[in-house]
Design a binder for this molecule. Structure first.
Ligand code: ACO
Length: 340
């Protein structure tokens, strides 16, 4: 819930980057035993972007961040915290991708760190940025969701490789004394009992890098697709109902519902369960696939650049991912809240 006294956290700007290379369903038909019709029907995905071989997660994150900082209208030197959410960092496990992005942006001597919450990463960062700002510790927090998911996908596994794509999104979250600009609420939660639903088994302390782990393909993402699907619909719906009820807001009054872009069938099921109209629900999964932590900021950016997201309009964000993690947020976009 929003707090009584300033400083408050405000969403100030958005930026995103999608790699140039498009991998269509027709391209996938030439690589694995699948069809455009199957992928479209089961997921809604038509194409996804794939980073160049020499393009890293930090390269994409830095590009998205540059746009977000420019749109925030602040000098990069005013940023006092850089946070990156990714499960495809430049390096396992150091330096952090946030450190590398900070350097690429020319922001030095700043606190910088990564978090791992898979597809929930960006909304998790909103909650962390809010806490830092409301405690008075930081004033301008740069948050980035960036993924080179193609680097952990087994391109022979038709059950997973059709789903994911690469990209990055970033936002500047700033302190404000104006309550009307402030986040309304952020929820973030997790349940490690479902950790095996989505996992990259190696490298890590359980399975250190070895020829054996490589031969077994343990460096690729493994997913229990069906189980994840069912739990996603249940969790996303429950989380949104809770955040709306706690803030006394009706689903019909949300101009922009921006769910994690994993699968159109999940988005549709959640939208229907909430009685959302089609014009309220933002869908980009057909053109980017699932870009994990980049999914929500890329969708916000698409909406903004299309002219459909106006300053001050309320956004409802809702996401789930590996962990399992889930999170939701209610906040006005880059300005004083517009009431509908
Ligand atoms: N092309 C053609 N056939 C396929 C493909 C494919 N790409 N993939 C699977 N199939 C086949 C299966 O082999 C199976 O065949 P069978 O009946 O002969 O055994 C059949 O299609 C049905 O397979 P299911 O796995 O039951 O298909 P389902 O309808 O569940 O769709 C999917 C699979 C799309 C993966 C779905 O389960 C899903 O989207 N799950 C959620 C995944 C998700 O959102 N993950 C991301 C979480 S976020 C994060 O943190 C990364």
């Amino acid at each position: 819930m929003s707090r009584a006294l300033p400083p408050f956290a405000a969403f100030r700007s958005i930026g995103a980057y999608a790699p140039k290379k498009i991998l269509s369903n027709a391209d996938l038909e030439k690589m694995i035993d699948t069809t455009d019709a199957w992928i479209t029907k089961r997921t809604g995905i038509k194409e996804r972007r794939i980073a160049a071989e020499d393009e890293s997660t930090s390269d994409m994150g830095a590009k998205a961040a540059t746009i977000a900082i420019e749109r925030a209208g602040i000098a990069k030197e005013e940023i006092d915290l850089v946070l990156c959410a990714t499960v495809t960092p430049d390096y396992f496990n150091m330096p952090s991708t946030a450190c590398i992005i900070s350097d690429k942006l020319g922001i030095h001597n700043v606190q910088a760190l990564d978090i791992s919450a898979a597809c929930s990463g960006f909304v998790y960062l909103l909650s962390i940025a809010k806490a830092f700002i409301e405690s008075g510790m930081k004033k301008n927090v740069l948050i980035i969701g960036a993924e080179k998911f193609s680097s952990i996908v087994d391109w022979t596994d038709r059950g997973t490789c059709i789903l994911f794509g690469d990209g990055a999104g970033a936002a500047v979250i700033s302190a404000t004394t104006d309550r009307e600009e402030a986040f309304v609420d952020v929820h973030a939660s997790a349940d490690g009992a479902y950790a095996d639903f989505l996992v990259t088994p190696a490298p890590g302390s359980v399975n250190p890098m070895s020829q054996k782990t490589l031969d077994a393909g343990l460096n690729f993402v493994q997913m229990k697709g069906n189980e994840t699907f069912k739990l996603a619909v249940k969790t996303l719906t429950k989380d949104v109902k809770e955040i709306l009820a706690q803030n006394d807001i009706q689903a019909k009054d949300i101009p922009h519902f921006i769910p994690h872009q994993a699968n159109y069938r999940i988005i549709k099921a959640v939208g229907d369960a909430l009685n959302m109209r089609e014009d309220q629900v933002v869908v980009t999964v057909h053109k980017y696939g699932n870009t994990s932590a980049a999914s929500i900021p890329m969708a916000i950016n698409d909406l903004y650049e299309s002219g459909k997201l106006k300053y001050g309009e309320l956004m409802l964000l809702d996401t789930f991912g590996g962990g399992l993690t889930w999170a939701s947020a209610l906040l006005p976009f880059a300005g004083k809240r517009v009431y509908t």
